[in-house]
Design a protein around this ligand. Structure first.
Ligand SMILES: [Zn+2]
Length: 149
């Protein structure tokens, strides 16, 4: 779909902010016009959106994935399944490394009980939990070896 602009491209680029502000102002003063336009063009607009989604499947899927990740929503077969704790702004909650974080959760029925970890901390934490007492044994072993000489 080609949208025809009432002014040329250069003019638009130079006065972008002004035009956007003026349009916004106009829309505020004429809500009924906007509603009328919306109702008249609803089908066309929905078709255009659907067509865009079909032609840009990968981008759309990535957008959805990103949206779900930043809003910490998990879905199963497209249905919202549970909410996670908010994605931290300062990286891994254990070591603060900035990386793509994994969500390590403790309770399948309550995803709020979980922490955001970088991949290496996630592996570390999984090992700790699969081997109860490994941390104590590690420190004992270190102490034993280091105090032996
Ligand atoms: Zn980490």
């Amino acid at each position: 779909m080609v949208i025809k602009m009432p002014y040329n491209k250069n003019y638009y680029e130079r006065n972008r902010e002004k035009i956007i502000a003026r349009t916004r102002e106009w829309k505020k003063r004429h809500p009924e016009k906007q509603r009328e336009y919306y109702l008249k063009n609803r089908e066309k607009k929905l078709d255009a959106v659907k067509r865009w989604m079909k032609n840009n499947r990968e981008r759309w899927n990535n957008y959805c994935k990103q949206y779900l990740r930043t809003h910490c929503v998990t879905t199963v077969n497209g249905r919202i399944f549970g909410l996670k704790r908010p994605y931290p702004e300062n990286g891994c909650e254990l070591c603060n490394k900035v990386a793509k974080l994994h969500y390590h959760h403790y309770d399948d029925s309550n995803l709020m009980k979980g922490i955001w970890l970088c991949p290496s901390c996630h592996i570390f934490v999984e090992r700790l939990e699969q081997n109860e007492g490994i941390l104590e044994r590690y420190y004992q072993l270190k102490k034993y070896v280091c105090e032996c000489d």
